[in-house]
Design a protein around this ligand. Structure first.
Ligand SMILES: O=P(O)(O)O[C@H]1[C@H](O)[C@@H](O)[C@H](O)[C@@H](O)[C@@H]1O
Ligand SMILES: [Mg+2]
Ligand SMILES: [Mg+2]
Length: 272
């Protein structure tokens, strides 16, 4: 099933990158884009999984956008971001990933991130390590943030308060100083870069559970840590995350972040 699904998705994304990168609609803001490929890939994944596991549940980015609930329960649940980096996809910027996390009892059991244009399949199973195209992954051993590259993103929220806090945090982190700040344009790819040891840490406020479910397992199985931006235990439904190579760097980043709390992924939908 999985090989067939992967081949279909790979072909679908590559053909769409060549022939159809049109924006179909926007969601939370004029820059929160959706394409037909986002929807087709998610439908293909859900259909394929349902055929084999009809009782399993799903949290899919585009299904939630269409009104499906975003509730993570103890049931076996597939958490899907069909195209992570949709803005990159629309611009043919080469970091476009498919991210699938599988959770039972609210714990990720395996995660897959396929970085389409790099043809890199990142995989992790809980307790069994993280891999890229079968090669084991290990986070960076760097303990000194002034010798680190930090990744972050600005998302699609342009509200003044959120922007002010994001730029205040960024300024403080840049001026530590760190050796570099990077934005792949995809949370999942940023987390794969942490798991691969290319980037020491990634943080973002505004992500969704589907952006980070698979990547969170890749990071921890590669020896890294996850933390809330205020230093507590990460909550994948809180829309805030730090994924780092070690606690030292994660705690250093916490000191510089002006945090805020977006509406949770599992917040009750506003009454109609
Ligand atoms: O919407 P996609 O492309 O699935 O996910 C991206 C968000 O749009 C963006 O706002 C966020 O910053 C980025 O991390 C995420 O991958
Ligand atoms: Mg995403
Ligand atoms: Mg997406």
């Amino acid at each position: 099933m999985y090989v067939c699904m992967y081949v279909c998705i790979d072909q679908m994304v590559r053909e769409a990158l060549r022939d159809d990168r049109k924006v179909m609609m926007t969601k939370s803001s004029s820059i929160d884009l959706v394409t037909q490929t986002d929807q087709k890939v998610e439908q293909l994944i859900i259909k394929s999984v349902k055929e084999k596991f009809p009782t399993h549940r799903f949290i899919g980015e585009e299904s939630v956008a269409a009104g499906e609930p975003c509730d993570l329960t103890d049931f076996p649940t597939w958490i899907i971001d069909p195209i992570d980096g949709t803005t990159n996809f629309v611009h043919a910027f080469p970091f476009v990933a498919v991210s699938i996390g599988f959770c039972v009892n609210k714990q990720c059991e395996f995660g897959v991130v396929y970085s389409c244009l790099q043809d890199q399949m990142f995989t992790a199973r809980r307790g069994r390590g993280a891999f890229c195209n079968g090669e084991p992954l290990q986070v960076s051993t760097e303990e000194d943030i002034s010798r680190s590259i930090i990744a972050t993103e600005f998302g699609s929220n342009r509200e003044t308060e959120a922007i002010d806090r994001m730029f205040s945090s960024l300024r403080k982190i840049v001026c530590i100083p760190v050796q570099g700040v990077r934005s792949a344009g995809s949370a999942a790819v940023n987390m794969c870069l942490v798991a691969s040891g290319c980037v020491e840490a990634y943080y973002e406020i505004g992500i969704h559970v589907w952006d980070v479910a698979a990547g969170s397992l890749l990071v921890t199985e590669a020896g890294g840590v996850l933390m809330d931006v205020e230093g507590g235990v990460v909550d994948l439904m809180s829309r805030r995350i730090i994924a780092a190579n070690n606690r030292t760097l994660a705690e250093r980043i916490v000191k510089e972040i002006d945090s805020f709390s977006p509406t949770r992924d599992d917040a009750p939908l506003p009454k109609q």
